[in-house]
Each structure stands twice: as structure tokens, then as C-alpha cells.
Design a protein around this ligand. Structure first.
Ligand SMILES: [Zn+2]
Ligand SMILES: [Zn+2]
Length: 159
């Protein structure tokens, strides 16, 4: 029997892999993003890019474009914060794993929700976050995307 010699995933790789799986639930095909809030190696909440609750998905009805961006969705990081709030979970001092670096709005929300570390998979578009993170003491770290792909599952029905 051949031994499985894969190195054990680091905690950062582990949670970033989970963020990649979370991203597969995104409903705006312009950008699939997943976010996971973690403290003490425990997942507090997750979020992905998606429409307002009860509203149709971009993938079904098209985007709501404004200045070259789709504004129909709530971003992954914001949805992770919202999911924690809905469940009464404290996220002060948490780490946010997100597959794409936060946009300016999400960065502001993460900062004020007490997140102290942000790990992003790929650079998205806002350069300001690097300077401001330094100023306010948020650790902003690049964690390369582990490249998780989900096998094509049989039809799962609506949901
Ligand atoms: Zn969209
Ligand atoms: Zn955002």
C-alpha cells in the first residue's frame, strides 16, 4: 500500500479551502466569493455573494449594474458578519478568510466589527485597504487559494 504523503494542511490553508467551497454557493456569476469568520480555530459564520433574501439571483434574472459593478448582491464578507449577527455570535477578534480581497465597503465593515486579521486568496480591486489596515492594526495576509474544486454532484434539486 502506497502511503499518502500529502503534507497536512496548515490552519490558513484549511480555512481558505473552506472559503473556496463556500464561494461555490455564490449566485452572482460576475464574482464568486466565499468568506469564513474564525476564532480559536473555530468557524463562527460563513458568507457568499448573494442577493437580498427573497430576491431573485443574478444567475436567474441578470445583474443590477451600476458604474460597471453589480450591486444586486451582498458581498461574502458582509454576509458572514450578518450571519453572525442573526445568530448572536460575537466576532470580535476574529479572522476573516475570504477568497478575494475585500472591497472598500466590506473592509470598513470588517474593521468596525472587530475583525483583527484578514486572509485573502486573490487580490480583487481596492489598494487602499493595505495602507489603512496597517494604520489601524489589522493584519492583512495573502493566503494562496488552495484550488479546491467540487466534483460535479448529481442534481440536488431547488435550493
Ligand atoms: Zn450580479
Ligand atoms: Zn465587498
Amino acid at each position: 500500500m502506497a502511503e499518502d504523503v500529502r503534507p497536512r494542511a496548515s490552519w490558513d490553508e484549511y480555512f481558505m479551502s473552506i472559503a473556496q467551497v463556500v464561494a461555490t454557493r455564490s449566485t452572482c456569476p460576475r464574482k464568486y466569493v466565499g468568506a469564513v469568520l474564525v476564532r480559536n480555530r473555530t468557524i463562527l459564520s460563513t458568507g457568499y455573494n448573494g442577493s437580498i433574501r427573497g430576491m431573485p439571483h443574478c444567475s436567474d434574472v441578470g445583474h443590477m449594474m451600476e458604474d460597471g459593478h453589480c450591486v444586486a448582491t451582498i458581498h461574502a464578507e458582509a454576509n458572514a458578519i450578518i450571519q453572525a449577527a442573526r445568530n448572536g455570535v460575537m466576532i470580535e477578534g476574529a479572522t476573516n478568510y475570504v477568497t478575494a480581497s475585500p472591497c472598500w465597503n466590506c473592509f470598513k465593515q470588517l474593521a468596525n466589527s472587530g475583525v483583527t486579521r484578514i486572509c485573502f486568496g486573490e487580490f480583487y480591486r481596492d489598494e487602499r485597504i493595505f495602507e489603512i489596515a496597517k494604520q489601524i492594526g489589522i493584519e492583512l495576509t495573502h493566503v494562496p487559494l488552495p484550488g479546491v474544486t467540487l466534483p460535479k454532484l448529481p442534481n440536488q434539486g431547488p435550493g
